[in-house]
Design a binder for this molecule. Structure first.
Ligand code: 13P
Length: 251
């Protein structure tokens, strides 16, 4: 397997700038010797400048948790991909289930946000995943396929090849109910086969992260699966010890 593992920590609406800066500093020290894993953290917009500056010349990149569809203009409360790029952000999480469920990010909006990332030069981390009723109805593949199809429409194969996909089953997010390594790997394998509609290099290069109750104690089991290339970590990313343990499990 030639894909480099990619572990990202989604800090959600935690850690105001002073605390975020302190957490970034601790992670920078604790992870300085890691060379075999791509690492990113995703602070609140407000803390992004402090964290970018703290992590400059480190092996940890910075992701935003969202991006606006538009570049600039009368869009109260929004932050554009271009603005994020200008302050040193590399990645953007797009289509997180909390955005989809709580803030009305439809598949069509998610697609425009993915395009906004490419317009500005940010690498999207595109989240997909089914809810509990959808899983119970056996629709996990159908849901992921629909989300991928709409979000990636209009991109070139070269662009799709650089997207990170995060499979985050909604029932596993913040619930402590982690998908089993096999359950997660099965959906990852489906996503990779779905990518088979593009030239072969795309399915070979796209990294698929698993997200949903990942912690130090379950990371090795998940990350040892052939189709799981990394993790998008929520709660456990707020603890230096836990986040470092997850990254060490990926080495
Ligand atoms: P938890 O790791 O807290 O379940 O959150 C996962 C997630 O939503 C990451 O984006």
């Amino acid at each position: 397997m030639t894909r480099r593992p990619f572990i990202a920590g989604n800090w959600k609406m935690h850690k105001a700038p002073v605390e975020a800066d302190a957490l970034a500093e601790q992670l920078k020290r604790a992870l300085a010797d890691v060379t075999a894993v791509d690492i990113a953290v995703s602070p609140t917009f407000l803390a992004i400048p402090a964290v970018v500056s703290r992590l400059r010349h480190s092996n940890i990149g910075v992701a935003s948790q969202n991006v606006a569809v538009e570049t600039q203009g009368a869009y109260t409360g929004e932050v554009s991909a271009e603005m994020l790029k200008a302050v040193g952000v590399q990645y953007a999480i797009v289509g997180h289930s909390e955005r989809r469920q709580l803030y009305g990010d439809t598949d069509a909006v998610v697609a425009r946000k993915v395009q906004a990332c490419f317009r500005a030069g940010l690498s999207p981390i595109l989240c997909v995943g089914e809810t509990l009723p959808e899983r119970e109805a056996g629709q996990e593949e159908l849901v992921c396929a629909r989300q991928l199809e709409i979000a990636l429409a209009g991109l070139t194969a070269d662009q799709v090849g650089t997207v990170t996909i995060a499979y985050e089953p909604v029932w596993a997010i913040g619930t402590g109910k982690v998908a089993s390594p096999t359950q997660a790997n099965d959906v990852h394998a489906f996503i990779r086969s779905w990518l088979g509609r593009y030239p072969a290099f795309v399915a070979r290069s796209v990294r698929i992260q698993y997200g949903g109750s990942v912690k130090g104690s379950n990371a090795a089991g998940l990350l040892s699966q052939p189709e799981i290339d990394g993790a998008l970590v929520g709660g456990a990313a707020l603890s230096v010890e836990e986040f470092v343990a997850i990254i060490k499990a990926a080495v």
